[in-house]
Design a binder for this molecule. Structure first.
Ligand code: ADP
Ligand code: 5GP
Length: 212
């Protein structure tokens, strides 16, 4: 198969908590083993089933601030009173070697990441079909305490108010459809002319064929 060297895509998926961005990101990765999840650093405690280094790097606030001060985080923000940030080194390595990364970060992270990597970020905002359904989904994730759910529900409209900053918006009503839409966005991003820097070499091969 003819492969063209290209830079990786930073696919940012944001949504109000509970709208389904982790579910969509997991489905994307399940269907494409080359897709790398950007594992964020957080100061919140692990939920049941969450593993260190897989879902998050769980750190103390002191360690988190030290990482930020040393420039080890590409972007960071405080969300729900906790620190969240994106480690820099894995992102730079993945992009340079043409691997695509999925980022499950909030609107602040999206803004900062876009400013840091303007040519690499493609962003997707996930909306719930209704606020009633968002409330139901947050409650269905039984691991969060009632007060935590109320806090997240209260913050949902503020998060949603940033929808227009994103390149694409999808409504996650029927999951299969939402996943297909997210896959289409990723495929189109991979095929952007400016991302496929290896096309110049392919043109040289075409020309060489004619001059033989
Ligand atoms: P987020 O990562 O945005 O906080 P999750 O992916 O954890 O949200 O989803 C929240 C809950 O909603 C989970 O229990 C998940 O299984 C469920 N969910 C996600 N998408 C759908 C959908 N399209 N229809 C019904 N339930 C969904
Ligand atoms: P949760 O605690 O539910 O895993 O995540 C809470 C919020 O933090 C979500 O909106 C999620 O997108 C955001 N978040 C997770 N990782 C990062 C990160 O590295 N940077 C930023 N800015 N937000 C993040």
């Amino acid at each position: 198969m003819t492969t063209v060297a290209r830079r990786g895509v930073c696919l940012v998926i944001s949504a109000p908590s509970g709208a389904g961005k982790s579910t969509i990101a997991n489905a994307l990765r399940a269907g494409d083993s080359s897709l790398v999840h950007s594992v964020s650093v957080t100061t919140r405690s692990p939920r049941p089933g969450e593993k260190e280094g897989v879902h998050y790097h769980f750190r103390s606030m002191e360690q988190f601030r030290e990482m930020a001060a040393q420039g080890e985080l590409l972007e960071w923000a405080e969300v729900f009173g906790r620190g969240y940030g994106t480690p820099r080194a894995p992102v730079e390595a993945a992009l340079a070697s043409g691997r695509d990364m999925v980022f499950d970060i909030d609107w602040q992270g999206h803004r900062l990441l876009r400013a840091a990597l303007p040519d690499d970020v493609v962003s997707l905002f996930v909306l719930p079909p209704s606020m009633k359904e968002l409330d139901r989904r947050l409650r269905s994730r039984a691991s969060d305490a009632e007060s935590e759910i109320d806090k997240r529900m209260g913050a949902a409209l503020a998060e949603i108010s940033h929808w227009s900053e994103f390149d694409h918006v999808i409504i996650n009503e029927e999951l299969d459809r939402a996943v297909r839409e997210a896959q289409s966005i990723l495929i189109a991003a991979r095929l952007k002319t400016r991302r496929q820097h290896g096309l110049a070499a392919l043109m040289t091969e075409y020309e060489a064929h004619l001059t033989i």
